[in-house]
Design a protein. Structure first.
Length: 183
């Protein structure tokens, strides 16, 4: 019998490559697969309720595997595995949600009201995302930028280096976030 298979789904804005240290701990006994960047394939648009992203994850699992997988998801990735599992439990041996924001019926009603009133962006982290810096002259400058941010300063230095390595791309303009902040 071969290794058990984990299909990993990342948090919003953190491509799967940024989890290299976690994967290294798991690889001796598990096979790990993932979609490197959710939300940027035009066949699976980001929509209210993440249905396009759910379809992207489901289609990747169906395409790549003939046996049930262990779905591991961090934050948004956990929600995506949960959404797929609700409709297609046969695809999973189990799911493991890491820091996934499960929203109660009561909370979802409040979110619906905020969206209807067009207040959601002003009251959520989406507001900050729209003005997030996304371009630097070099990876060293990007690293320095993130080291100064309290959220990123708490990262293990190797994890932050992986974020810079896998979370940015070289362009003719400089180093840009791999994730488009507008997405």
């Amino acid at each position: 019998m071969g290794k058990k298979i984990i299909h990993f789904a990342h948090a919003n804005g953190f491509p799967a490559g940024t989890y290299t240290r976690l994967f290294a701990l798991l690889k001796p006994s598990l096979e790990i697969r993932f979609i490197n960047r959710h939300g940027h394939d035009p066949r699976y648009p980001v929509t209210d309720g993440w249905m396009g992203l759910k379809d992207e994850l489901r289609d990747a699992i169906v395409k790549d595997f003939t046996q049930p997988v262990i779905g591991v998801g961090h934050s948004l990735g956990g929600i995506l595995h949960l959404l797929v599992c609700v409709d297609n439990p046969e695809l999973y041996e189990r799911i493991i949600l890491l820091d996934a924001p499960i929203i109660s019926r009561f909370s979802s009603g409040g979110i619906r009201v905020l969206k209807t009133l067009r207040l959601m962006d002003r009251l959520s982290s989406a507001r900050m995302t729209k003005s997030r810096r996304s371009l630097w002259a070099s990876k060293a400058e990007a690293l320095e930028h993130f080291q100064a941010k309290p959220k990123f300063a708490a990262f293990d230095s190797e994890v932050l280096n992986d974020y810079i390595e896998y979370g940015t791309i070289q362009t003719s303009e400089g180093v840009r976030l791999f994730f488009d902040p507008r997405v």
